[in-house]
Design a protein around this ligand. Structure first.
Ligand code: HEM
Length: 145
């Protein structure tokens, strides 16, 4: 039996911000930005100079003493963790049928992403590249100047 749908092009008016729509837009925009950030990150850590063999405390201290890499890493950290956690939230919404379990997973996802964002940001902005008393062979070259 055929069923008529009244005004099929219209939806009931909803009040407030459409968070699912903004979440959808965030995933597309951050996905494009992350392609640039991740490949820039891999290129600078693996391809330039001695590549992966150059990575030690001095290398990380040298990078994180430059505002450019601080901003790059901050964007990479925040965008990737929010992108990953929100993507997992969508998977939980799609596949976890028990409401209590779904809620628990989403709270855990939020807490783990928030903790990693806080800890990572703390490291990026507080790392001391030239700790007092460190072996000069292990720190960035500018520490010994
Ligand atoms: C073989 C692959 C990788 C290597 C060798 C590597 C190496 C490193 C190194 C040495 C650092 C500290 C210095 C710096 O900022 O560059 C770092 C930091 C970081 N990496 Fe990677 N990485 C790799 C892949 C990735 C991927 C795929 C992602 C994200 C999708 C990522 C995200 C980050 C973030 C967010 C930081 C900053 C962490 C912080 O201090 O808060 N890395 N990585």
């Amino acid at each position: 039996m055929a069923m008529a749908i009244e005004n099929p092009g219209t939806r009931p008016a909803r009040k407030g911000t459409n968070w699912e729509k903004w979440g959808w837009i965030y995933m597309r925009v951050s996905g494009v930005l992350l392609l640039v950030l991740v490949f820039g990150h891999l290129f600078s850590n693996l391809m330039i100079g001695d590549g992966v063999h150059a990575i030690d405390f001095g290398f990380v201290g040298g990078k994180l003493s430059q505002p450019f890499w601080k901003i790059w890493d901050t964007l990479l950290l925040w965008l990737a963790l929010i992108h990953g956690a929100n993507g997992m939230r969508t998977i939980v919404n799609d596949y976890v049928e028990r409401p209590g379990l779904a809620k628990t997973f989403k709270v855990l996802l939020f807490l783990s992403a928030a903790l990693l964002i806080l800890l990572g940001t703390f490291v990026i902005y507080t790392l001391d590249p030239c700790p007092a008393g460190a072996d000069p062979a292990l720190v960035a070259s500018f520490c010994n100047a």
